[in-house]
Design a protein around this ligand. Structure first.
Ligand SMILES: O=C(O)C(=O)C[C@]1(C(=O)O)C=C[C@@H](O)C=C1
Length: 278
C-alpha cells in the first residue's frame, strides 16, 4: 500500500508516518496540497498531513483542503512530541538567515527573537526541505530549524538544541483517505472522536448558537470548534467541529438531521481514534 506524506525524508510528518505505517511504501510529497491530490486521484491509498500544533495552532492549509476535497475522510489522528533544533553545515560557523517550515519558525519565534534577532528568516515547504537545502549549499550562510534525524541524515551539526518556545510541544497529524474507516493502531489510544464540517447558509444572529445547541442538549461533548474563512467574502466561515463523546448512532443521526433542518450544510469527515506516538 502506498502512503503519501509531507516530505522529504526526515520531516516531522515522515517521523509520524513511519510509526503508523512501518511496513508500507512511503511516498514523500513536497506540499500538503500534493498529499490531498494524490489521495483524491487514487495515486496513494492514504496520506499523513499535519493538522494542529500545541504552540502555533491549526495548520490552516490542511483545514482548507479538508473543506475543499469533498470526498476525503479522516481515518485516524496521531499526536507526536516535537523538538526543534538549529542546524548548520559542519564546516560553517556563522549564518545570517534561518530557514524552515512556517510552523516551525513560529514555534521558535521568541527564542529566535532573543538569540538571533539579526538573522533573516525564510519559509520552506518543510523543516526537512530546509535542512536538505542547508546541506546542499555549504557556500551560503544559512541555518535550518529541523529535528535531530534531519541533522543525522543531511550530515549537519546541531548548533542549539530544543529551541521551541514552550517545553511541551506536540503536533497532531491526520491520516486521510477516500474510505470511511477507523484505523486500528498498536499505539496508546488517547480517545475517540468524530469530525464534522459545518457551513451555515448565511450569517444570522444566533446561527452558531443554534448549531452548538444541537450538540449541547444531546450531551455530545465538543473538543474543538474552529472557524475558517470560506473565501467568499469577509464574515463567511465554515466550522470544523470535533465531537469527543461516544458517537451513538441514533442520537448522532438525529443531531445531523437537526443541523440540516436549520439549513446547515454538514459533512461527516470520520469517526476515528486518536493515538499517542513516541
Ligand atoms: O516541516 C515538517 O517537518 C512537517 O512535517 C510539517 C510540520 C507542520 O506543518 O506542523 C509538522 C510538525 C511541526 O509542527 C512542524 C512542521
Amino acid at each position: 500500500m502506498k502512503i503519501a506524506y509531507l516530505g522529504p525524508e526526515a520531516s516531522f510528518t515522515q517521523l509520524a508516518t513511519s510509526q503508523i505505517f512501518n511496513d508500507e511504501k512511503l511516498i514523500p510529497k513536497s506540499s500538503i496540497l500534493d498529499c490531498f491530490t494524490a489521495v483524491k486521484n487514487g495515486d496513494v491509498a492514504k496520506a499523513v498531513v499535519p493538522l494542529e500544533n500545541s504552540i502555533e495552532g491549526t495548520v490552516s492549509m490542511t483545514l482548507d483542503y479538508l473543506y475543499d476535497f469533498k470526498n476525503i475522510s479522516i481515518e485516524a489522528e496521531v499526536v507526536m512530541p516535537i523538538a526543534h533544533h538549529l542546524l548548520l553545515n559542519k564546516n560553517n560557523s556563522d549564518f545570517d538567515m534561518i530557514i524552515s517550515h512556517p510552523q516551525a519558525l513560529a514555534q521558535c519565534f521568541h527564542t529566535l527573537e532573543k538569540n538571533y534577532k539579526n538573522s533573516a528568516r525564510k519559509d520552506f515547504s518543510s523543516t526537512a526541505a530546509a535542512a536538505k537545502h542547508v546541506a546542499e549549499h555549504p557556500e551560503k550562510k544559512i541555518a535550518a530549524i529541523a529535528n535531530s534525524y534531519a541533522a543525522k541524515l543531511y550530515d549537519l551539526k546541531i548548533l542549539k538544541k530544543n529551541i521551541h518556545d514552550f517545553e511541551h510541544n506536540h503536533t497532531r497529524f491526520i491520516v486521510i483517505s477516500l474510505v470511511k474507516n477507523s484505523l486500528k493502531l498498536k499505539h496508546k489510544i488517547l480517545g475517540e472522536k468524530t469530525s464534522l464540517m459545518v457551513t451555515l447558509p448565511e450569517d444570522h444572529a444566533g446561527g452558531l448558537h443554534q448549531v452548538l445547541s444541537v450538540f449541547a442538549w444531546r450531551k455530545m461533548n465538543l473538543s474543538k470548534i474552529e472557524s475558517r474563512t470560506l473565501k467568499t467574502g469577509l464574515g463567511n466561515y465554515f466550522f470544523y467541529i470535533n465531537v469527543a463523546s461516544e458517537w451513538h448512532p441514533t442520537i448522532s443521526e438525529n443531531a445531523l438531521e437537526e443541523l440540516k433542518s436549520i439549513g446547515a450544510e454538514v459533512r461527516l469527515l470520520g469517526h476515528y481514534e486518536e493515538y499517542l506516538l513516541g
